[in-house]
Design a protein around this ligand. Structure first.
Ligand SMILES: [Fe+2]
Ligand SMILES: [Fe+2]
Length: 340
């Protein structure tokens, strides 16, 4: 029977020794993957601690769930399906990732151990560029000295010649046709044509250039990691062969300075996969690796699917009435209590 310790060992093997081994690794201040994330909002900062976040090393593990972001939904699903350990890609914070309550109280209730593996997992495999149709010949994980600001410069794969080829490739790999069909069925079943689903609405698109514009060398950026127009100008100085900027995980919208700068520099600009597809890009390879390293442990993947609905179209007729009554009687018309 495998234990939490065995899962930790597997993660350490996958990352080539990047997980923390003791409290000392967190407090010493020099572990390269123990990283503070802070926007300087009081009480909201977090320290990434790759490896075991909560749980006892000797606990038995028969079933593991890999997820992107742990939520109360993940904890409930784990509890009811007998998952002993959740491995989240995105870092875990008290209450934020445990339904507003302490991790300890919620996880002890269902006897679940929790691991996180974020920056320590990034860059371990070349899958993100492969899926987007290029092979990286320059990789920087702190471009311009900004930690986590990832830059890939890559040459297109032989089968990728145009911007359209990139988008077709992504649609095929990501199964967006299936997501389209699923959304279509959902609209039918819910009798609601206004449902919007993330992976469908954020599918890749060409911002500058045409479907048949040729593409050879790509600067692949991740705008949410702090990539600026100055960085883009610098990349083009260092790599004048680049003809296309590709933004994935996050993207920029019309009018953004990165698009304007790409236009000025005569570059194509393409938006690739959205963050919601990282469960396929990074989650699935991680889950496969665990499945290979821990053959007697069952591995499942928790996949989120987020939809948007206009407020008054959601729920059964009874729930619409319920929400209306609660809001009217107790939330909107109540006396404004004075703060003393
Ligand atoms: Fe990631
Ligand atoms: Fe992510």
């Amino acid at each position: 029977m495998k234990t939490v310790q065995d899962v930790l060992n597997a993660l350490d093997k996958i990352t080539g020794g990047r997980v923390i081994k003791s409290l000392n690794d967190i407090t010493r201040g020099d572990h390269p993957f123990v990283i503070q994330k802070s926007s300087n909002l009081p009480g909201k900062e977090i320290i990434e601690t790759p490896g075991l976040v909560y749980g006892n090393m000797n606990n038995k593990v028969k079933k593991i769930a890999v997820t992107m972001t742990m939520t109360e939904g993940s904890i409930e699903l784990a509890g009811v399906t007998g998952v002993d350990a959740i491995i989240a890609h995105h870092p875990i914070a008290e209450a934020a990732n445990s339904g507003g309550v302490k991790l300890k109280d919620y996880l002890d209730l269902y006897n679940i151990s929790v691991f996180e593996l974020h920056e320590a997992f990034h860059g371990l495999h070349p899958g993100i560029s492969y899926l987007h149709g290029h092979e990286v010949y320059r990789k920087d994980i702190s471009y311009g000295g900004v930690h986590g600001n990832i830059l890939f410069v890559g040459k297109t794969l032989p089968e990728v010649n145009t911007l359209g080829d990139i988008l077709t490739r992504l649609d095929t790999f990501m199964g967006l046709q299936e997501e389209d069909e699923l959304l279509f069925m959902e609209k039918e079943i819910r009798n609601n044509t206004s449902v919007i689903e993330t992976s469908v609405v954020t599918r890749g698109r060409i911002v500058c250039g045409e479907e048949n514009s040729s593409v050879n060398n790509i600067a692949h950026i991740f705008p949410h990691t702090g990539f600026t127009t100055d960085h883009l100008r610098q990349v083009i100085k260092e790599h004048p062969e680049v003809d296309t900027v590709l933004a994935s995980i996050s993207r920029v919208y019309d009018g953004h300075t990165l698009i304007e700068t790409a236009k000025e520099l005569g570059l194509n600009f393409v938006v690739g996969n959205c963050h919601v597809l990282e469960i396929l890009e990074n989650g699935l390879p991680l889950a496969y690796a665990l499945d290979m390293l821990l053959p007697d442990v069952e591995v499942v993947v928790f996949r989120e699917r987020v939809t948007s609905l206009p407020v008054r179209t959601m729920g059964t007729p009874q729930m619409k009435q319920y929400a209306e009554q609660m809001a009217t009687k107790y939330l909107v018309h109540k006396e404004v209590s004075k703060l003393s």
